[in-house]
Design a protein around this ligand. Structure first.
Ligand code: FE2
Length: 257
């Protein structure tokens, strides 16, 4: 039986996590390792160290996802693109802190630009961190257990989820993501079509399975045929990691299946 949560309950239970995450709802799964005994997440807390955001190492070799995702793409994507979001996130926070230290609030256009940079780079860093960890060599297949049940309950069937998720990914205009997320108010799974890294995300909804459809994720191998990349990507989805993230999200909000 699911516990019914009021909006106030959800707010109260979300606040500590938000405070820890610097008001980023995206950070939920990344903080999973701190949730409690028996609810540790496979998503390690390795994207922030010694007061700075850092590039987490890939949890597998660059060529491990071949032939579905090629090693050169992984090198560029992880070492260059993801690193750039980390670098710019730290830089933005330093610029904001410098303004605070100087006792001067930046002029409105500059401040708005910094806020945009903060959101863009923070979301880019966190989504990529989750992206690497929800893929793996020898993965793919079908989701099992609680995750499979939740997908069937909220989308009709796992096949219907796959079809909708692929359509959402294929329909991203320009750069963005398809994201399977846990919406804690209703205790259900939703698919978000995220523009860039940060637009059209739902507050408190925790990304469980993000698919990067920026061209840097697939263009070297798949050129302009995004649909082929999405079709191939299912072969590297680490379903047990997604299942674990769902369990952690439910635990955080004291919900059952
Ligand atoms: Fe990316």
């Amino acid at each position: 039986m699911s516990e019914t949560l009021s909006r106030r309950d959800v707010m109260i239970r979300s606040v500590p996590a938000l405070a820890m995450a610097g008001a980023l709802s995206l950070a939920g799964p990344l903080l999973g390792a701190t949730i409690g005994e028996g609810h540790a997440s496979p998503i390690e807390h390795d994207a922030f160290k010694d007061g700075e955001y850092v590039l987490p190492p890939l949890p597998y070799a660059y060529e491990a996802l071949e032939p579905h995702i090629d090693a050169e793409t992984m090198h560029l994507h992880h070492d260059k693109h993801h690193q750039a979001y980390v670098t710019n996130l730290n830089k933005t926070l330093k610029e904001l802190a410098a303004a605070d230290a100087a006792g001067a609030v930046p002029a409105a256009p500059l401040l708005s630009g910094l806020q945009e940079d903060l959101s863009f780079n923070a979301a880019g860093h966190l989504l990529h961190t989750l992206f690497w960890k929800t893929m793996g060599p020898g993965a793919g297949g079908e989701p099992q257990g609680a995750l499979a049940d939740a997908l069937a309950k909220d989308f009709g069937s796992v096949a219907a989820f796959r079809a909708r998720f692929a359509a959402v990914a294929g329909g991203v205009k320009g750069s963005g993501w398809a994201v399977l997320a846990y919406e804690p108010l209703a205790g259900r799974l939703i698919i978000l079509q995220v523009k860039q890294h940060d637009l059209q995300l739902a507050p408190w909804a925790e990304p469980l399975l993000p698919l990067d459809v920026w061209e840097h994720a697939y263009y070297l191998k798949y050129r302009n045929v995004r649909g082929e990349y999405v079709k191939s990507w299912w072969n590297v989805v680490n379903w047990p990691a997604v299942d674990e993230a769902l369990k952690n999200a439910r635990y955080r909000y004291r919900r059952e299946g």
